[in-house]
Each structure stands twice: as C-alpha cells, then as structure tokens.
Design a protein around this ligand. Structure first.
Ligand code: C2E
Ligand code: MG
Ligand code: MG
Ligand code: MG
Length: 279
C-alpha cells in the first residue's frame, strides 16, 4: 500500500503506481524538481566513541522535504534517483552540505569534526575522469580527516581500476573511507586485502540480533577482531538498547550510532547536541 505502517511516512513510488508510464514520468519530474528547488535536507546522526560515550562524529543522511507530503525517507527515492541518473547530483549536494557542516562544527568545538556521507555505488561506475575529481575535491579546501565517504560492499564487487582510482583520489584529498553495512555483501574480504580503508560499519542486522542470537554476536565480535588486526576502526550501526551497547563495548568496538544515542536530527538540533558537549 501507499501508507507505511505506523509512521507519517508516505510511499511515493508505490509499485502499483509504477506500472503507469505517465506516473513514472511524474515521479521523475518531481525528483528533478526537488533538486532544483532545494527540497533535500541533510539530517545528522551522532556517532559516539564507545569508551567515552561522547559524540565524536556524525553521519549525514538525506531527507526530502516535500511541500505537501512532508518528510520523505531515502529508501523511498534513492532507488529511483539511481535509476534515472540523479543520484550523483544528490550525493554531490550532500557532500557540499557535509563539508560546510564539518567546518562549522569544527569551529564550534575547536577541533576537527568528521562528517560521513554516503556515496552510491553508481558513482563509482560512471566514467568521470579522476583528474576532474581531484580538482573538484581540491576546491573544497578540506582539512584532513574531516570528511568520511561511506561505500557499500557492492562498490567493491567491481574491483576495476575506476573504483580503485576514485577511492585513491578521495584518500589523496584527505578523505577517510568506510565500508557501510559490512557483512551483508560479498567480495570485501579480498578487497580489504588489496585496498586500505579506515572503518568498517557493522550492519545493523547483526547488531540488533546480538543479544538474542549467539551467531550474530560471534559474527560481530569476529568482525571487530579482524578489523583491528588489519588496523581499521569499527563503527556499529543501529544500536537501540543498552544491552547492545554493552555487548559492543565488551567486544572492543570503537564507535556506535543508533536510536539508543540519538536519531538523525536536523542541523540546528545537532548543533545543540554539540554545544552540550562543549560546555
Ligand atoms: P545507511 O547509510 O546504512 O544509514 C543508516 C540508516 O539506519 C539510516 O536510515 C538511519 O536513520 C538508520 N538508523 C540509524 N540508527 C538506527 C537504529 O537504531 N535503528 C534503526 N532501525 N535504524 C537506524 P535512513 O536515513 O533512512 O537511510 C537509509 C539508507 O539510505 C542509508 O543507509 C543509505 O544507504 C541511504 N542514504 C541515506 N542518505 C543518502 C545519501 O545522501 N546518498 C546516498 N547515495 N544514499 C543515502
Ligand atoms: Mg551510511
Ligand atoms: Mg549502514
Ligand atoms: Mg544501510
């Protein structure tokens, strides 16, 4: 159905509606319009250091503020944006927001503050010359380590030179790299052996099963040990309970994010969270 259970969320791109070509054209036009009219908004979810419980980073997550429908979640429009080739523009816009935000927060706390952005796997397949990417990245005058790019394992499946060149170009610009939703895909093991990233993000499905399911717990613990042996830090996603936090802490996980600490919030609210730390 069009309404998602239990929330104000409205599913735009209903499968029934999708059958109609004219509806599809309308959906596409709505998305392009959203980009032109600046209807996308960046929300920020705190990432805490598990040993101090202080907010040390944040992940930027896109929302669509539709004038009639209200807040639309990414799962409802990222797929279509990828299909019609609009995702790179959305991701670039988010990147710009994240840079502004990290500069602002770094000034606020008087120390480098890292923001993570998500980059669609499709962005790694198109053939934007890496030379242009370097010039584009240089234009932001980034401070080292203030931006982290999150990629999914599907990016690594295609371990072509384009992917490697782009990742290397991001690193050269002082950007850190994280593998998102780690454990749900394939191919990462061989890739990790070839290319050094900075973080693994344990997918929330394992985190949420940890307390009840011994296999998920062992899986999460093993990822943490392996990551540390490879010199990578681990971020746990989707921490919702004190029990999950305690298990992760006991397993030596470095960072965590999840509703237990905070939901993703608009910029103003996030600033307030950071002010609390400062004082
Ligand atoms: P992701 O990158 O794995 O982001 C984490 C998702 O988990 C976010 O959903 C976040 O709100 C949600 N989350 C965080 N903590 C909890 C928790 O404790 N419990 C539960 N149930 N969920 C939690 P969101 O914001 O709806 O984003 C969904 C996905 O959409 C993201 O997954 C990412 O793959 C994609 N996405 C979001 N923003 C962007 C963007 O700017 N560009 C691209 N290409 N993809 C994006
Ligand atoms: Mg992510
Ligand atoms: Mg994730
Ligand atoms: Mg995810």
């Amino acid at each position: 159905g069009a309404k998602k259970a239990g929330g104000g969320g409205f599913c735009f791109f209903d499968t029934r509606m999708r059958d109609s070509a004219s509806t599809r054209l309308k959906e596409i036009e709505m998305l392009r319009h959203a980009l032109r009219e600046n209807q996308f908004v960046a929300y920020y979810q705190p990432i805490v250091n598990l040993s101090t419980e202080q907010i040390v980073k944040a992940e930027a997550l896109v929302r669509w503020h539709h004038p009639q429908r209200g807040l639309v979640m990414p799962d409802e429009f990222i797929g279509l944006a990828e299909e019609i080739g609009l995702i790179s523009e959305i991701d670039d816009w988010m990147f710009g927001e994240a840079v502004l935000c990290s500069k602002k927060f770094s000034a606020l706390i008087d120390a480098p503050f890292q923001i993570s952005v998500n980059k669609s796997a499709l962005d790694f397949t198109n053939k934007v010359p890496t030379k242009n990417l370097a010039i584009y990245l240089a234009s932001f005058k980034l401070d080292k380590g203030t931006i982290c790019v999150e990629i999914t394992e599907s990016v690594l499946l295609n371990d072509s030179s384009i992917v490697i060149d782009k990742l290397a170009e991001l690193q050269k610009a002082g950007i850190q790299l994280a593998i998102d939703d780690f454990g749900t895909g394939y191919a990462s093991m061989s890739f990790l052996n070839k290319f050094k990233v900075d973080y693994l993000k344990i997918d929330r499905s394992f985190v949420q099963d940890m307390a009840a399911n011994k296999d998920s717990r062992i899986f999460a613990e093993t990822i943490i040990v392996m990551a540390h042996k490879l010199g990578l830090k681990v971020i746990a996603e989707g921490v919702e309970t004190v029990g999950q936090r305690d298990l992760l802490k006991a397993a030596g996980c470095d960072y965590a994010q999840g509703y237990f600490f905070s939901r993703p919030v608009p910029l103003e609210n996030f600033e307030r969270l950071l002010q609390i730390i400062k004082t």
